[in-house]
Ligand binder design. Structure first.
Ligand code: SF4
Length: 486
């Protein structure tokens, strides 16, 4: 499979979205709609599993967008039942190779007490060690996915029911997991003890819904009830409703702060706050921290938009759509030729020349990863006749890779890992470049006291290098943690 973003490999990518529903007629239709709303969390492939008494477990896994695969009756008619879960995936191309259909979730296991399917968002940081151990003891893996370890650990557990086997399995797992699972009668949701990745609970008539984000509740008309708490397991049946358990040792919460900056959809609610408002706050903080005289504030579409609006509101500098996104780019060029590839970002973004000519422009983007796209955008803006270009970035410098379920380049490929802010400004050849500070970001997400240096309230490892859980597989392979001198 080609990468889902052939012209844009300069962003961090959330790797998965999960969704599940119980107690509704034709669960698969709701799951497909939910996954469609979560498509931004993974565009490479998707899968749905349902259960009905007549056929047992039913499964369909496909490459590509949900809308292209889970709308036709030839697929949806094979997924009957009132209970279903689903998963959308973005492959970690480069690190583990391209997606194979065997890597597409949900995964399924048949146990002595019945079958179970699981869909996992996050990344297991000791997966390679677990896989080695499980293979030595006779497990036969079907995929290259870290998530499959959970199924094999459940198979080895001596507990008598599936939720207890899942607890057993997840106690062995390190890292980040938001899991949506199902048995013949139960929908199960679990969040790791630090709550790194999101998971929310909703209600739809007499039925119940679990989703990575609230935007997927909205699309099916479900009511948002609450977030699944860090370390919580919910076991839901159509008859008895929601049973809440806390099977893991409590740990300080470490929700991914980058969900606020970029990954989650702006119309979702995170931690009781609108993602859109948080991003606008980030723009306001950025304007306070890094003011500059200019004529226009322009977002790098689409993810820079709320922060650019915030910057404009705070600074009083007019907001303008100086760059227009071609909405229909997507996967149109499934296998781009070299010539088309060289056109790069121009295929996706175009400068609004009439607006830009002769102006001092502030460009607001959510992040700088490799810096390749930022350079090209700057060139386009200057070609259009801008007098000055000032970059303002709505996250601190991304200097460390993420090991908790986000596809990140190796550390040496991250611009901020090898250059100071001044060097980056020179490299990008812009008039000024400023990132929001980590303290400013914490203020923007509602931490009035700022960042607690001893025990930060969020995971911010890709900015700070302070990993809340040591990435043991990576350390085993030679990854160097931050030293006292850094
Ligand atoms: S390292 Fe960054 S992207 Fe990964 S979970 Fe932590 S804050 Fe989120």
């Amino acid at each position: 499979m080609p990468p889902a973003h052939p012209f844009d490999d300069d962003k961090l990518r959330e790797e998965c979205g999960v969704f599940g529903v119980v107690g509704v007629t034709d669960a698969a239709n709701f799951v497909a709609l939910g996954l469609h709303a979560l498509q931004h969390r993974g565009q490479e492939a998707g899968g749905i599993v349902t259960y009905d008494a007549e056929h047992g477990f039913n499964s369909a896994r496909r490459f590509g967008y949900v809308r292209d695969n889970f709308t036709s009756s030839s697929v949806m008619d094979t997924l009957p039942g009132a209970l279903g879960i689903g998963h959308v995936r973005y492959s970690t191309a480069g690190s583990k190779g391209p997606t194979q259909i065997r890597d597409v979730q949900p995964f399924f296991g048949e146990f002595s007490m019945g079958g179970a399917a699981i869909a996992h968002n996050g990344n297991i940081t000791n997966a390679e060690a677990l896989r080695r151990e499980l293979i030595e003891r006779g497990s036969i893996f079907q995929s290259s996915s870290d998530s499959e370890c959970i199924i094999h650990l459940m198979a080895r557990s001596l507990q008598r029911n599936i939720p207890e086997r899942m607890e057993d399995a997840l106690r062995r797992v390190e890292g980040a997991f938001s899991v949506v699972a199902m048995t013949r009668t139960k929908l199960i949701g679990v969040r790791d003890p630090m709550g790194v990745r999101p998971l929310v609970l909703g209600q739809l008539g007499d039925g119940w819904v679990l989703s990575s984000e609230t935007c997927a509740l909205d699309i099916i008309g479900a009511e948002f009830l609450r977030e699944i708490a860090p370390g919580e397991m919910v076991v839901i049946t159509a008859e008895k409703g929601v049973e809440s358990l806390f099977p893991f040792r409590p740990q300080p919460s470490k929700f991914c702060v980058f969900e606020h900056v970029y990954f989650s959809r702006p119309d979702s609610i995170l931690g009781g706050r609108s993602v859109y408002e948080t991003r606008e706050n980030i723009g306001r903080e950025l304007a306070k921290e890094a003011p500059v005289e200019a004529d226009l504030v322009c977002p790098v579409p689409d993810s820079g938009t709320p922060a650019a609006i915030g910057y404009s509101l705070e600074s009083g500098i007019p907001y303008a759509m100086g760059i227009i996104r071609n909405q229909y780019m997507g996967r149109t060029f499934i296998e781009p030729t070299e010539q088309i590839r060289n056109m790069g970002v121009r295929l996706k973004l175009n400068v609004n020349r009439a607006l830009i000519r002769g102006k001092r422009v502030i460009l607001v983007d959510d992040s700088v990863v490799r810096g390749t796209t930022s350079r090209k955008i700057k060139e386009m803006i200057l070609d259009a006749g801008a007098k000055e270009v000032h970059f303002r970035i709505a996250s601190p410098p991304t200097a460390w890779p993420c090991f908790y379920g986000v596809d990140t380049p190796q550390r040496e490929k991250l611009l901020a890992a090898t250059m100071s802010e001044d060097e980056m400004r020179e490299h990008l050849a812009v008039d000024s470049l400023k990132f929001i500070s980590l303290e400013g970001l914490y203020r923007a997400v509602g931490e009035a006291q700022g960042r607690d240096a001893k025990c930060p309230q969020y995971c911010d490892a890709c900015f700070s290098g302070e990993y809340p859980v040591a990435p043991s597989d990576q350390i085993h392979k030679g990854f160097q943690l931050k030293t006292a001198a850094e």
